[in-house]
Design a protein around this ligand. Structure first.
Ligand SMILES: C[S@@+](CC[C@H](N)C(=O)[O-])C[C@H]1O[C@@H](n2cnc3c(N)ncnc32)[C@H](O)[C@@H]1O
Length: 378
């Protein structure tokens, strides 16, 4: 296992994935139970992608975004859409359902770095957890239930494709840019946010939309994009000055040295904008987020916790998770995250108790079993 850390770091670098020291230590400890001879590069790569990214998603996540999307859809007859970090496809099929409800034509492509998630996305069958926020009527409308699995109806699989790929390297080779790009809860895993944002800029039409997750805040985004309105801050459009940018920005692998030209053009065009116009979107966004803090929905609360965890703010996330476990005692994901954070805070007995609750509520979640194995191995 001598050079395992180096091998892991080189894979993380290749995928532009970020990880903190403690998570890495925990991961390396888990690997120490394997025979090094079995740990091929391919297996190690899969384990890293599986363990250091969270595939949590569900149908119509951030419902307000989909309500707004339905209105937006009605403005054009055809939409070409990309979902980056599409996980098991819940997001893609939610978009397809919304487009059909708005009676528009569409083509949707989902891309995810995790091969297993893409396989499941193509199959389109889900456990109850993925449809948990849908009404019975919605479930009947969109799914066929087979062996306790909720399988998306064939009509929603039309015009939908899925590909396995790392967005940092993915070559779209496109002739026509996208009308909408979904980029929700992916940037938190990546260490080259600026590069990804510039890549998105280069493959999105000038009048296209970029959709991020509720509560996500990445300052480099606001260099190029602005929310369409203070009430829809997760839906963004390109800032007018970015239209002047060279649209041939490479869609091949990006390196951090490439975007300088973009920066230069921006800084020149920026000087023609008024101070107010330049600064308008970010403060408005920040205020809205602050206003929301007092009144977050379950999914927004959860996302905030995910953000804290990904930033290594374990005390903050633990504080919120303690509140959430009282407020939503039957949500297994709260107990799962609580166990994860308790492990990070070295509260092993508490983590064991939280895992018991999580398993009681959902016996089928692989991540809970991974955590359980980890505790038992120590
Ligand atoms: C938390 S899920 C988000 C799913 C969905 N977008 C949502 O908001 O519900 C994040 C997904 O991003 C994927 N991902 C992480 N890094 C990626 C990369 N470099 N390229 C493509 N997908 C990536 C992960 O595999 C995971 O399935």
């Amino acid at each position: 296992m001598g050079d395992i850390r180096k091998r892991i770091e080189s894979i993380l670098k290749r995928y532009s994935l970020k990880s903190n020291e403690r998570t890495l230590d925990r991961f390396i400890y888990l690997l120490s139970t394997l025979d090094e001879g079995d740990l091929t590069d391919r297996l190690l790569e899969n384990l890293i992608i599986e363990n250091l990214t969270i595939g949590e998603s569900y149908f119509f996540r951030d419902l307000g975004t989909f309500d707004k999307l339905k209105t937006i859809f009605k403005s054009r007859p055809f939409w070409k859409i990309l979902s980056i970090g599409c996980a098991k496809g819940e997001e893609v099929y939610s978009i397809a359902i919304t487009a059909q409800q708005a009676s528009v034509d569409y083509q949707i492509m989902g891309v995810d770095v995790n091969v297993q998630r893409i396989f499941e996305a193509k199959s389109g069958c889900y456990r109850f957890w993925s449809v948990r926020f849908l009404s019975e009527r919605e479930i009947n409308n969109y799914f066929v239930v087979k062996n306790n699995m909720y399988c998306i109806k064939e009509e929603y699989k039309k015009n939908v494709t899925f590909s396995n790929g790392n967005i940092t390297e993915y070559n779209f080779g496109i002739t026509e840019k996208f009308d909408i790009i979904f980029l929700r809860r992916v940037l938190i895993y990546l260490d080259n946010v600026g590069d990804i944002i510039r890549k998105v800029l280069s493959i999105l039409k000038d009048d296209g939309y970029l959709i991020i997750g509720n509560g996500e805040y990445f300052p480099p985004l606001y260099e190029y994009f602005e929310p369409i309105s203070p009430s829809s801050i997760a839906i963004m459009k390109k800032k007018a000055q970015t239209f002047l940018l060279d649209t041939s920005i490479s869609t091949n692998k990006l390196s951090s040295s490439q975007p300088n030209r973009t920066r230069e053009v921006l800084s020149v065009t920026n000087t023609y904008m008024s101070e107010k116009a330049r600064n308008s979107s970010v403060p408005a966004f920040k205020n809205t987020i602050n206003d929301l803090h007092g009144n977050l929905s379950f999914e927004e609360e959860l996302h905030l916790v995910e953000n804290y965890i990904s930033q290594g703010k374990f005390n903050e996330s633990y504080e919120r998770l303690n509140v959430l476990s009282v407020k939503y005692p039957s949500q297994y994901v709260v107990w799962k995250y609580k166990a994860l954070v308790e492990l990070e805070l070295l509260l092993k007995d508490k983590a064991r108790e939280s895992l018991k609750r999580a398993l009681f509520l959902n016996h089928a979640d692989e991540e809970i079993w991974q955590l359980k194995n980890f505790i038992e191995l120590r």
